[in-house]
Design a protein around this ligand. Structure first.
Ligand SMILES: *[C@@H]1O[C@H](CO)[C@@H](O)[C@H](O)[C@H]1NC(C)=O
Ligand SMILES: *[C@@H]1O[C@H](CO)[C@@H](O)[C@H](O)[C@H]1NC(C)=O
Ligand SMILES: *[C@@H]1O[C@H](CO)[C@@H](O)[C@H](O)[C@H]1NC(C)=O
Ligand SMILES: *[C@@H]1O[C@H](CO)[C@@H](O)[C@H](O)[C@H]1NC(C)=O
Ligand SMILES: *[C@@H]1O[C@H](CO)[C@@H](O)[C@H](O)[C@H]1NC(C)=O
Ligand SMILES: *[C@@H]1O[C@H](CO)[C@@H](O)[C@H](O)[C@H]1NC(C)=O
Length: 602
């Protein structure tokens, strides 16, 4: 109720002129509650200069131009718009079905004579209020007239191809869909040699002659949220005579370094020449700026009559420089017998929707319409696709690297040790004497235990000591006779950097006491003190681990065991001594970096 009072009060101010009688009535009805206006001080923007005309049955659109940066900070401030019918003194309600409010616009879809009058829009922001009136005039159509009572004027020039513009832009731009029909007087204009529709709302008139003058009406049929509406506007078309007359003289024409002799008649038949674009594909970077110049030579003498526009498939490109995609006239240079013109199509920020579109430079001249276009394409799929590709290739590279490292880890590490020895701290300084203490199933020299002992006594020292330069401690070989077992084992393990534990399936079931002791001390040093690392070497295939000590099983699970029996079975002849076989590489990998002392022995 308060709003209604406010509205009516607001409307009374300045309404009286044309509608005195009605507003007097309204005033009588609402004299008392005028104090409502005092409560809300809306800044008054008076009456909009432009009057909206329509006829009964047609649509009309009022626009509340208060929603403008000139009035308040449009982008950061929320606002509401309400419309009031000044005559009826009430807020307009969409429920009645006569109106539709869309954004800043008030639509009358089927105007009646009673709709004529003043309408007030009140725009409220959290801390401000603005009001403005608009005038709607509804005129009756004279019987037998095909146009609208009120007309606007446009001018065409003879001998040119020019166009008329349908002024009903609000309907065209705001409706969900629309179609336009053009009429000259009462006759519908069909597309053909003389007329065509261009850019949605323009009528191209070719080879304008004096008799083209007259009344043209454009009629828009539109669909606004499912309701069909009509609007029309009549244009009074005046024709201006082009002063240029044909003369039969010849002239020399020079452009682009070419000299040509053309006579006047021939010259007139010359159509504009487009140097750029040339129906091509042009690449642009997503997100960057991009521009393309339409460069045209128009052969002409005297007055130039030419219009050049950039258009996309759907519409003419905006000439508003603040739009993301806009066009502007760059230059117009008079050269011999013609004019060179440049119109720039400028993208301040290329978006995805711009790609694969046809951009056409349209030249309307007295010698005809010439078009030339280009299609914008993303450059090398960069931009949209590139981040994905980049990610995929990084992921693939990463996976390949990880896999390669897993497969070639040992080779890579050994190669690094060989190639960049200075990267590794030399192990000579740690006070240890041996690179590895070897624990193996044995009965000291009295009786061989088959190939396992051959391996320990012959192969291992052969390769690791002779070929690779490591220093090993092998009990029985290196222990001094008479030395106490406990002292010897403990001392020598503590002097070693690694403990090589060679085992067989049965070893832990028939462990001799020295061996058990060695193994226990070794495991203790490795797992509890952490001062020595264990290298597990499986001498034969083991199927039953039930008798294995937990510490060994734990290590095996954690770091795995190097399987000699696999290498030994495959290896033939002397190749098993070759340190570059997989088995020896695995051993070397787990062995410490060679001590300076050891390598100096090599
Ligand atoms: C309506 O008015 C607003 C604010 O002045 C303006 O930005 C907008 O372009 C107008 N709409 C039409 C269709 O004229
Ligand atoms: C706009 O109207 C809504 C609902 O009527 C209201 O909640 C909101 O506060 C109004 N906003 C302003 C800026 O007046
Ligand atoms: C109007 O447009 C709506 C969708 O916007 C569509 O469903 C409806 O069929 C259209 N009406 C006519 C008569 O074309
Ligand atoms: C068009 O783009 C090119 C390349 O980005 C730039 O060098 C040139 O200055 C631009 N031209 C205009 C008129 O903005
Ligand atoms: C074209 O757009 C770019 C990017 O916004 C701008 O820097 C340049 O001035 C524009 N060129 C012209 C001629 O307006
Ligand atoms: C681009 O537009 C021109 C003129 O409208 C047309 O001749 C050409 O076939 C179009 N090209 C594509 C690929 O759509």
């Amino acid at each position: 109720m308060l709003l209604i009072l406010l509205a009516s009060a607001a409307c009374f101010h300045g309404v009286s002129a044309g509608y005195g009688q009605r507003s007097t009535l309204a005033r009588q009805q609402f004299t008392k509650p005028l104090q409502g206006t005092l409560a809300e001080h809306c800044k008054d923007y008076e009456t909009q200069f432009e009057i909206v005309f329509t006829v009964p049955g047609d649509a009309a659109v009022l626009n509340c131009t208060l929603a403008s940066p000139d009035v308040f900070d449009l982008h950061s401030t929320p606002y509401n718009i309400s419309w009031y019918d000044c005559k009826a003194g009430r807020e307009l309600s969409e429920d009645l079905g006569q109106f539709q409010v869309r954004g800043t616009m008030l639509w009358f879809l089927n105007s009646t004579l009673e709709d004529a009058g003043h309408y007030q829009c009140i725009l409220r922001t959290p801390n401000g209020c603005f009001k403005q009136k608009s005038v709607l005039r509804v005129d009756t159509v004279k019987a037998g007239s095909c146009g609208r009572p009120d007309t606007s004027r446009q001018m065409l020039t003879t001998q040119t191809n020019s166009f008329l513009v349908c002024p009903l832009l609000e309907y065209i731009s705001q409706a969900d869909s629309y179609s336009i029909q053009w009429y000259k007087d009462c006759e519908r204009l069909l597309e053909g040699d003389k007329f065509s529709h261009v850019g949605g709302h323009r009528l191209l008139v070719r080879h304008v002659v004096v008799s083209d003058s007259g009344l043209y009406t454009c009629r828009v049929t539109f669909n606004l949220t499912g309701t069909i509406g009509y609007a029309a506007e009549t244009i009074e078309c005046d024709i201006k005579e082009n002063g240029v007359k044909n003369k039969k003289t010849s002239s020399e024409q020079q452009f682009c370094g070419q000299k040509r002799v053309v006579n006047e008649r021939e010259q007139w038949s010359l159509r504009p020449i487009v140097y750029q674009p040339v129906n091509e594909m042009v690449k642009a970077e997503y997100g960057g700026h991009f521009n393309k110049t339409c460069r045209v030579f128009v052969p002409s003498k005297g007055n130039l009559s030419v219009d050049i526009y950039w258009a996309s498939e759907f519409e003419f490109i905006s000439t508003n420089l603040s739009d993301r995609v806009h066009q502007l006239h760059l230059s117009e240079e008079n050269v011999d017998d013609g004019v060179l013109l440049e119109v720039l199509l400028n993208f301040t920020n290329v978006k995805e929707e711009d790609f694969n579109q046809n951009y056409t430079c349209m030249i309307f001249s007295d010698k005809g319409v010439v078009t030339s276009d280009f299609i914008l394409q993303p450059s090398d799929r960069n931009g949209i696709i590139h981040p994905v590709l980049l990610f995929v290739s990084l992921a693939v590279t990463f996976l390949i690297s990880v896999t390669a490292y897993k497969i070639f880890k040992i080779d890579i590490v050994l190669w690094c040790r060989r190639s960049f020895p200075y990267l590794y701290t030399r192990t000579g300084s740690d006070g240890k004497v041996y690179d590895a203490y070897v624990v193996y199933p044995r009965m000291c020299w009295n009786g061989f235990h088959g190939s396992a002992e051959t391996f320990v006594i012959h192969t291992l020292p052969q390769v690791l000591e002779k070929k690779c330069g490591y220093k090993l401690f092998i009990y029985c070989r290196d222990s001094l006779p008479g030395e106490a077992v406990v002292d010897s084992v403990q001392e020598n393990i503590s002097k070693s950097r690694r403990l090589i534990l060679l085992y067989t399936g049965s070893m832990f079931s028939e462990l001799a006491s020295t061996l058990r002791f060695e193994q226990e001390i070794g495991m203790h040093t490795a797992l509890v003190e952490g001062t020595v690392q264990v290298i597990l070497v499986e001498l034969e295939e083991v199927t039953d681990y039930s008798l294995f000590p937990q510490s060994v099983l734990h290590l095996k699970r954690k770091q795995g065991a190097i399987q000699w029996w696999k290498a030994a079975n495959k290896a033939t002849g002397h190749s098993q001594l070759c340190p570059s076989s997989r088995f020896w590489k695995q051993v070397q990998y787990q062995m410490p970096v060679k001590s300076s002392h050891a390598s100096s022995l090599q």
